[in-house]
Design a protein around this ligand. Structure first.
Ligand code: PMP
Ligand code: GLN
Length: 393
Protein backbone atom coordinates (compact mmCIF):
# COMPACT_ATOMS: atom_id res chain seq x y z
CA UNK A 1 0.00 0.00 0.00
CA UNK A 2 1.43 3.42 -0.94
CA UNK A 3 0.77 6.24 1.45
CA UNK A 4 0.16 9.55 -0.31
CA UNK A 5 1.49 11.36 2.76
CA UNK A 6 4.79 9.42 2.57
CA UNK A 7 5.29 8.60 -1.12
CA UNK A 8 8.92 7.55 -0.70
CA UNK A 9 8.65 5.45 2.44
CA UNK A 10 9.38 1.79 1.77
CA UNK A 11 6.90 -1.02 2.25
CA UNK A 12 8.49 -2.33 5.43
CA UNK A 13 7.79 0.95 7.20
CA UNK A 14 4.67 2.13 5.37
CA UNK A 15 2.33 1.19 8.21
CA UNK A 16 4.33 3.21 10.74
CA UNK A 17 3.60 6.92 10.63
CA UNK A 18 5.04 9.55 12.94
CA UNK A 19 5.36 8.10 16.44
CA UNK A 20 2.38 8.77 18.65
CA UNK A 21 4.72 10.33 21.22
CA UNK A 22 5.92 12.99 18.79
CA UNK A 23 2.36 13.62 17.59
CA UNK A 24 0.93 14.00 21.07
CA UNK A 25 3.83 16.10 22.44
CA UNK A 26 3.40 18.44 19.47
CA UNK A 27 -0.33 18.61 20.24
CA UNK A 28 0.50 19.57 23.84
CA UNK A 29 2.83 22.34 22.70
CA UNK A 30 0.29 23.61 20.16
CA UNK A 31 -2.61 23.70 22.59
CA UNK A 32 -0.74 24.55 25.79
CA UNK A 33 -2.26 21.45 27.40
CA UNK A 34 -0.56 19.54 30.23
CA UNK A 35 1.43 16.76 28.62
CA UNK A 36 0.75 13.45 30.35
CA UNK A 37 1.36 11.68 27.03
CA UNK A 38 5.00 11.00 26.24
CA UNK A 39 6.80 9.43 29.18
CA UNK A 40 9.49 11.87 30.27
CA UNK A 41 9.96 13.49 33.66
CA UNK A 42 9.52 17.27 33.96
CA UNK A 43 12.43 17.54 36.39
CA UNK A 44 16.00 16.36 35.84
CA UNK A 45 17.67 13.58 37.77
CA UNK A 46 20.17 13.98 40.64
CA UNK A 47 22.26 17.15 40.60
CA UNK A 48 25.46 15.26 41.38
CA UNK A 49 24.94 13.12 38.28
CA UNK A 50 24.38 16.19 36.14
CA UNK A 51 27.60 17.52 37.60
CA UNK A 52 29.35 14.25 36.80
CA UNK A 53 28.41 14.75 33.14
CA UNK A 54 29.73 18.32 33.22
CA UNK A 55 32.95 17.11 34.81
CA UNK A 56 33.42 14.41 32.18
CA UNK A 57 32.84 16.91 29.42
CA UNK A 58 35.27 19.45 30.92
CA UNK A 59 37.90 16.80 31.62
CA UNK A 60 37.73 15.67 28.02
CA UNK A 61 36.33 12.25 28.85
CA UNK A 62 34.01 11.00 26.14
CA UNK A 63 34.19 14.03 23.85
CA UNK A 64 35.67 11.85 21.12
CA UNK A 65 34.29 8.46 20.05
CA UNK A 66 34.14 6.24 23.11
CA UNK A 67 35.04 2.54 22.66
CA UNK A 68 32.46 0.60 20.60
CA UNK A 69 31.21 -1.55 23.50
CA UNK A 70 30.98 1.48 25.83
CA UNK A 71 33.42 3.07 28.29
CA UNK A 72 34.93 0.53 30.70
CA UNK A 73 33.65 2.47 33.75
CA UNK A 74 30.04 2.13 32.60
CA UNK A 75 30.36 -1.51 31.59
CA UNK A 76 31.79 -2.27 35.02
CA UNK A 77 28.97 -0.31 36.69
CA UNK A 78 26.29 -2.17 34.71
CA UNK A 79 27.83 -5.53 35.62
CA UNK A 80 28.05 -4.50 39.29
CA UNK A 81 24.39 -3.40 39.25
CA UNK A 82 23.17 -6.71 37.82
CA UNK A 83 25.27 -8.60 40.37
CA UNK A 84 24.21 -6.53 43.36
CA UNK A 85 20.50 -6.46 42.61
CA UNK A 86 19.86 -9.80 40.98
CA UNK A 87 22.91 -11.97 41.62
CA UNK A 88 23.52 -12.07 37.86
CA UNK A 89 27.18 -12.17 37.00
CA UNK A 90 28.30 -10.63 33.68
CA UNK A 91 31.80 -10.04 32.41
CA UNK A 92 32.05 -6.29 31.68
CA UNK A 93 34.36 -6.95 28.73
CA UNK A 94 32.44 -9.62 26.85
CA UNK A 95 28.89 -9.58 28.26
CA UNK A 96 27.95 -5.90 28.50
CA UNK A 97 27.27 -3.53 25.61
CA UNK A 98 26.40 0.17 25.94
CA UNK A 99 23.82 1.47 23.44
CA UNK A 100 22.17 4.74 22.44
CA UNK A 101 19.27 4.22 24.84
CA UNK A 102 17.15 1.11 25.09
CA UNK A 103 15.73 2.05 21.70
CA UNK A 104 18.99 1.22 19.95
CA UNK A 105 19.43 -1.90 22.05
CA UNK A 106 16.03 -3.17 20.87
CA UNK A 107 16.80 -2.33 17.25
CA UNK A 108 20.27 -3.87 17.32
CA UNK A 109 19.06 -7.01 19.09
CA UNK A 110 16.35 -7.61 16.50
CA UNK A 111 18.54 -6.68 13.53
CA UNK A 112 21.38 -8.81 14.82
CA UNK A 113 19.39 -11.89 15.84
CA UNK A 114 16.55 -12.30 13.34
CA UNK A 115 16.56 -13.94 9.94
CA UNK A 116 13.98 -12.65 7.44
CA UNK A 117 10.70 -14.43 8.06
CA UNK A 118 11.46 -15.31 11.69
CA UNK A 119 8.51 -14.91 14.01
CA UNK A 120 8.74 -12.79 17.13
CA UNK A 121 6.19 -13.34 19.86
CA UNK A 122 5.59 -10.14 21.82
CA UNK A 123 3.18 -9.05 24.52
CA UNK A 124 0.46 -6.78 23.14
CA UNK A 125 0.01 -3.86 23.69
CA UNK A 126 3.65 -3.29 22.76
CA UNK A 127 5.98 -0.36 22.91
CA UNK A 128 5.83 1.23 19.47
CA UNK A 129 9.42 0.68 18.41
CA UNK A 130 9.07 -3.12 18.71
CA UNK A 131 6.77 -3.45 15.73
CA UNK A 132 8.85 -1.08 13.60
CA UNK A 133 12.14 -2.79 14.49
CA UNK A 134 10.76 -6.27 13.85
CA UNK A 135 9.63 -4.98 10.45
CA UNK A 136 13.04 -3.42 9.71
CA UNK A 137 14.66 -6.74 10.58
CA UNK A 138 12.31 -8.53 8.16
CA UNK A 139 10.67 -10.49 10.98
CA UNK A 140 7.00 -11.21 11.60
CA UNK A 141 5.39 -10.10 14.80
CA UNK A 142 2.98 -12.39 16.59
CA UNK A 143 1.11 -10.59 19.34
CA UNK A 144 -0.14 -12.21 22.53
CA UNK A 145 -2.66 -9.86 24.08
CA UNK A 146 -2.60 -8.92 27.76
CA UNK A 147 -6.23 -8.75 28.86
CA UNK A 148 -7.85 -6.89 31.74
CA UNK A 149 -8.56 -9.23 34.61
CA UNK A 150 -9.37 -8.13 38.15
CA UNK A 151 -7.98 -4.64 37.67
CA UNK A 152 -4.75 -5.56 35.88
CA UNK A 153 -3.73 -6.63 32.37
CA UNK A 154 -2.69 -10.27 32.53
CA UNK A 155 -0.91 -12.71 30.29
CA UNK A 156 -2.68 -15.92 29.26
CA UNK A 157 0.08 -18.51 29.33
CA UNK A 158 -1.88 -20.94 27.14
CA UNK A 159 -2.24 -18.25 24.51
CA UNK A 160 1.49 -17.64 24.72
CA UNK A 161 2.25 -21.34 24.24
CA UNK A 162 -0.14 -21.49 21.28
CA UNK A 163 1.53 -18.50 19.66
CA UNK A 164 4.88 -20.28 19.41
CA UNK A 165 5.43 -22.13 16.12
CA UNK A 166 8.39 -23.77 14.42
CA UNK A 167 9.15 -20.39 12.88
CA UNK A 168 9.36 -18.57 16.21
CA UNK A 169 12.88 -17.33 16.83
CA UNK A 170 12.42 -15.15 19.87
CA UNK A 171 10.17 -13.88 22.61
CA UNK A 172 10.23 -10.13 23.08
CA UNK A 173 9.25 -9.32 26.66
CA UNK A 174 8.74 -6.11 28.55
CA UNK A 175 8.40 -6.07 32.31
CA UNK A 176 7.46 -3.79 34.03
CA UNK A 177 5.22 -3.30 31.04
CA UNK A 178 4.58 -0.09 29.12
CA UNK A 179 1.72 0.92 28.73
CA UNK A 180 -0.29 -1.37 31.07
CA UNK A 181 1.89 -1.18 34.20
CA UNK A 182 1.79 -4.96 34.52
CA UNK A 183 4.75 -6.60 36.24
CA UNK A 184 5.15 -10.25 35.29
CA UNK A 185 5.13 -12.46 38.37
CA UNK A 186 7.79 -14.98 39.31
CA UNK A 187 5.35 -17.78 38.36
CA UNK A 188 4.60 -16.27 34.95
CA UNK A 189 8.29 -15.74 34.27
CA UNK A 190 9.09 -19.30 35.30
CA UNK A 191 6.49 -20.59 32.83
CA UNK A 192 7.80 -18.34 30.05
CA UNK A 193 11.34 -19.50 30.79
CA UNK A 194 10.29 -23.15 30.61
CA UNK A 195 8.63 -22.51 27.27
CA UNK A 196 11.75 -20.75 25.93
CA UNK A 197 13.94 -23.66 26.95
CA UNK A 198 11.52 -26.29 25.65
CA UNK A 199 11.14 -24.58 22.27
CA UNK A 200 14.74 -23.37 22.13
CA UNK A 201 13.83 -19.70 21.80
CA UNK A 202 15.88 -16.59 22.37
CA UNK A 203 14.42 -14.00 24.74
CA UNK A 204 14.92 -10.26 24.41
CA UNK A 205 13.65 -8.58 27.55
CA UNK A 206 13.13 -4.84 27.92
CA UNK A 207 13.51 -4.02 31.61
CA UNK A 208 13.90 -0.24 31.45
CA UNK A 209 11.38 0.22 34.29
CA UNK A 210 13.12 -2.29 36.57
CA UNK A 211 13.38 0.24 39.40
CA UNK A 212 9.76 1.33 39.18
CA UNK A 213 7.80 -1.43 40.90
CA UNK A 214 5.29 -0.70 43.61
CA UNK A 215 3.57 -2.33 46.58
CA UNK A 216 4.00 -6.11 46.59
CA UNK A 217 5.23 -6.35 43.02
CA UNK A 218 8.79 -7.47 42.46
CA UNK A 219 10.98 -7.18 39.39
CA UNK A 220 12.65 -10.46 38.53
CA UNK A 221 14.87 -10.59 35.44
CA UNK A 222 14.00 -13.62 33.32
CA UNK A 223 17.75 -14.20 32.89
CA UNK A 224 17.80 -15.50 36.49
CA UNK A 225 15.67 -18.58 35.65
CA UNK A 226 17.22 -21.97 34.86
CA UNK A 227 18.48 -22.27 31.30
CA UNK A 228 17.85 -18.59 30.57
CA UNK A 229 21.15 -16.82 31.03
CA UNK A 230 22.57 -18.21 27.78
CA UNK A 231 19.48 -17.39 25.70
CA UNK A 232 18.46 -13.98 27.09
CA UNK A 233 19.36 -10.47 26.02
CA UNK A 234 18.46 -8.10 28.87
CA UNK A 235 17.99 -4.41 28.09
CA UNK A 236 18.28 -1.53 30.57
CA UNK A 237 18.36 2.26 30.33
CA UNK A 238 19.42 5.26 32.36
CA UNK A 239 16.58 7.37 30.96
CA UNK A 240 13.86 6.08 33.27
CA UNK A 241 15.84 5.23 36.39
CA UNK A 242 17.79 8.47 36.60
CA UNK A 243 15.41 10.87 34.84
CA UNK A 244 17.75 11.79 32.02
CA UNK A 245 15.79 10.62 28.99
CA UNK A 246 17.69 13.00 26.70
CA UNK A 247 21.06 11.42 27.42
CA UNK A 248 20.20 8.21 25.58
CA UNK A 249 22.34 5.79 27.53
CA UNK A 250 21.15 2.19 27.48
CA UNK A 251 22.77 -1.21 27.76
CA UNK A 252 22.54 -4.87 26.99
CA UNK A 253 23.69 -7.73 29.20
CA UNK A 254 23.91 -11.22 27.70
CA UNK A 255 26.22 -14.15 27.04
CA UNK A 256 29.21 -13.30 24.77
CA UNK A 257 27.80 -14.81 21.57
CA UNK A 258 24.55 -12.86 21.97
CA UNK A 259 26.35 -9.61 22.77
CA UNK A 260 28.48 -10.15 19.68
CA UNK A 261 25.37 -10.49 17.51
CA UNK A 262 23.81 -7.35 18.99
CA UNK A 263 27.06 -5.42 18.70
CA UNK A 264 27.46 -6.46 15.07
CA UNK A 265 24.26 -4.60 14.24
CA UNK A 266 24.80 -1.76 16.71
CA UNK A 267 28.19 -0.78 15.24
CA UNK A 268 26.45 0.15 11.97
CA UNK A 269 23.60 2.05 13.61
CA UNK A 270 25.18 4.73 15.83
CA UNK A 271 28.58 3.02 16.22
CA UNK A 272 28.78 4.84 19.57
CA UNK A 273 26.87 7.59 21.39
CA UNK A 274 26.59 9.79 24.48
CA UNK A 275 30.34 9.80 25.41
CA UNK A 276 30.45 12.07 28.50
CA UNK A 277 27.05 10.85 29.67
CA UNK A 278 28.35 7.31 29.86
CA UNK A 279 30.75 8.36 32.63
CA UNK A 280 27.95 10.11 34.50
CA UNK A 281 25.65 7.08 34.26
CA UNK A 282 28.46 4.89 35.63
CA UNK A 283 28.32 7.08 38.75
CA UNK A 284 24.53 7.01 38.80
CA UNK A 285 24.41 3.22 38.84
CA UNK A 286 26.63 3.28 41.92
CA UNK A 287 24.32 5.64 43.85
CA UNK A 288 23.35 4.33 47.28
CA UNK A 289 20.20 2.23 47.62
CA UNK A 290 18.47 5.24 49.23
CA UNK A 291 18.38 6.96 45.82
CA UNK A 292 16.49 4.07 44.22
CA UNK A 293 14.02 3.71 47.10
CA UNK A 294 13.32 7.44 47.29
CA UNK A 295 12.77 7.58 43.52
CA UNK A 296 10.34 4.67 43.67
CA UNK A 297 8.48 6.03 46.70
CA UNK A 298 8.10 9.41 45.03
CA UNK A 299 6.66 7.79 41.90
CA UNK A 300 4.32 5.63 43.94
CA UNK A 301 2.89 8.73 45.63
CA UNK A 302 2.41 10.30 42.20
CA UNK A 303 0.72 7.17 40.93
CA UNK A 304 -1.68 7.29 43.87
CA UNK A 305 -2.43 10.96 43.27
CA UNK A 306 -3.16 10.52 39.58
CA UNK A 307 -5.04 7.23 40.04
CA UNK A 308 -7.34 8.84 42.61
CA UNK A 309 -7.90 11.86 40.36
CA UNK A 310 -8.66 9.74 37.30
CA UNK A 311 -11.08 7.60 39.30
CA UNK A 312 -12.84 10.70 40.54
CA UNK A 313 -13.03 12.05 36.99
CA UNK A 314 -14.90 8.88 36.01
CA UNK A 315 -12.24 6.79 34.26
CA UNK A 316 -11.90 3.07 34.82
CA UNK A 317 -8.43 2.90 36.38
CA UNK A 318 -6.02 -0.02 36.03
CA UNK A 319 -3.67 0.60 38.90
CA UNK A 320 -0.13 -0.09 37.65
CA UNK A 321 2.19 -2.35 39.64
CA UNK A 322 5.14 -0.81 37.79
CA UNK A 323 6.30 1.87 35.27
CA UNK A 324 5.17 5.49 35.40
CA UNK A 325 2.02 5.04 33.34
CA UNK A 326 -1.63 4.47 34.18
CA UNK A 327 -3.85 2.80 31.62
CA UNK A 328 -7.46 3.89 31.91
CA UNK A 329 -10.72 2.70 30.40
CA UNK A 330 -12.77 5.52 28.88
CA UNK A 331 -15.98 3.53 28.53
CA UNK A 332 -17.34 4.54 31.95
CA UNK A 333 -17.16 8.14 30.68
CA UNK A 334 -19.29 7.22 27.70
CA UNK A 335 -16.50 7.04 25.10
CA UNK A 336 -15.13 4.11 23.13
CA UNK A 337 -12.52 5.41 20.72
CA UNK A 338 -9.25 6.33 22.45
CA UNK A 339 -7.87 8.07 19.36
CA UNK A 340 -10.78 10.46 19.06
CA UNK A 341 -10.81 10.90 22.82
CA UNK A 342 -7.10 11.85 22.97
CA UNK A 343 -7.31 14.19 20.01
CA UNK A 344 -10.21 16.04 21.69
CA UNK A 345 -8.85 15.95 25.25
CA UNK A 346 -6.68 19.10 25.02
CA UNK A 347 -9.71 21.14 24.06
CA UNK A 348 -12.07 19.37 26.42
CA UNK A 349 -9.84 19.30 29.50
CA UNK A 350 -6.44 20.83 28.69
CA UNK A 351 -4.60 17.52 29.07
CA UNK A 352 -2.76 15.27 26.62
CA UNK A 353 -2.76 11.45 26.88
CA UNK A 354 -1.84 8.53 24.62
CA UNK A 355 -4.39 6.22 22.94
CA UNK A 356 -3.27 2.67 23.74
CA UNK A 357 -4.66 1.41 20.42
CA UNK A 358 -1.39 2.46 18.75
CA UNK A 359 0.33 -0.28 20.72
CA UNK A 360 -1.97 -3.00 19.35
CA UNK A 361 -2.24 -5.01 16.15
CA UNK A 362 -5.73 -5.86 17.33
CA UNK A 363 -6.70 -2.20 17.33
CA UNK A 364 -10.21 -2.95 18.57
CA UNK A 365 -8.80 -4.62 21.69
CA UNK A 366 -6.97 -1.42 22.57
CA UNK A 367 -9.62 1.08 21.45
CA UNK A 368 -11.12 1.98 24.85
CA UNK A 369 -7.81 2.40 26.67
CA UNK A 370 -5.90 5.62 27.21
CA UNK A 371 -2.53 6.05 28.93
CA UNK A 372 -1.52 8.86 31.31
CA UNK A 373 2.07 9.41 32.51
CA UNK A 374 2.62 10.41 36.14
CA UNK A 375 6.37 11.22 36.04
CA UNK A 376 5.54 14.91 36.54
CA UNK A 377 5.78 17.41 39.40
CA UNK A 378 3.05 17.03 42.02
CA UNK A 379 1.66 20.49 41.28
CA UNK A 380 1.36 19.58 37.59
CA UNK A 381 -0.48 16.35 38.40
CA UNK A 382 -2.80 18.21 40.77
CA UNK A 383 -3.64 20.73 38.08
CA UNK A 384 -4.21 17.93 35.54
CA UNK A 385 -6.54 16.18 37.98
CA UNK A 386 -8.43 19.42 38.58
CA UNK A 387 -8.90 19.85 34.83
CA UNK A 388 -9.89 16.24 34.21
CA UNK A 389 -12.71 16.53 36.72
CA UNK A 390 -14.50 18.57 34.08
CA UNK A 391 -15.09 15.28 32.28
CA UNK A 392 -17.16 13.95 35.16
CA UNK A 393 -19.58 16.63 34.07
N1 PMP B 1 11.34 0.48 26.14
C1 PMP B 1 10.27 0.94 26.78
C2 PMP B 1 9.26 -0.03 27.30
C3 PMP B 1 10.08 2.30 26.93
O1 PMP B 1 9.00 2.77 27.54
C4 PMP B 1 11.03 3.19 26.38
C5 PMP B 1 10.80 4.64 26.40
N2 PMP B 1 11.22 5.23 27.45
C6 PMP B 1 12.15 2.67 25.76
C7 PMP B 1 12.27 1.30 25.64
C8 PMP B 1 13.21 3.53 25.17
O2 PMP B 1 14.19 3.84 26.10
P1 PMP B 1 15.37 4.85 25.76
O3 PMP B 1 14.85 6.23 25.98
O4 PMP B 1 16.44 4.47 26.72
O5 PMP B 1 15.77 4.64 24.35
N1 GLN C 1 9.06 5.62 26.18
C1 GLN C 1 8.34 6.85 26.16
C2 GLN C 1 6.87 6.55 26.35
O1 GLN C 1 6.45 5.42 26.33
C3 GLN C 1 8.49 7.60 24.88
C4 GLN C 1 9.84 7.59 24.26
C5 GLN C 1 9.77 8.07 22.83
O2 GLN C 1 9.14 9.06 22.51
N2 GLN C 1 10.39 7.35 21.97
O3 GLN C 1 6.13 7.47 26.51
Amino acid sequence: MTSTARPFLNRRLAEFGTTIFAEMSALAVRTGAINLGQGFPDTDGPEEIREAAVRALRDGRGNQYPPGPGVPELRAAVAAHQQRRYGLSYDPDTEVLVTAGATEAIAAALLGLLEPGDEVVALEPYYDSYAACIAMAGGRRVPVTLRPHEGAFRLDLDELRDAVTDRTRLLLLNTPHNPTGTVLTREELAAIAELAVERDLLVVTDEVYEHLVFDDAEHVPIATFPGMRERTVTIGSAGKTFSFTGWKVGWVTAAPALVTAVRSAKQYLTYVASGPFQYAVAEALALPETYFTAFRDDMRAKRDLLAAGLTEAGFGVHRPAGTYFITTDIRPLGFGDGFAFCRALPERAGVVAIPNAVFYDHREAGAPFVRFAFCKRTAVLEEAVRRLKALAG
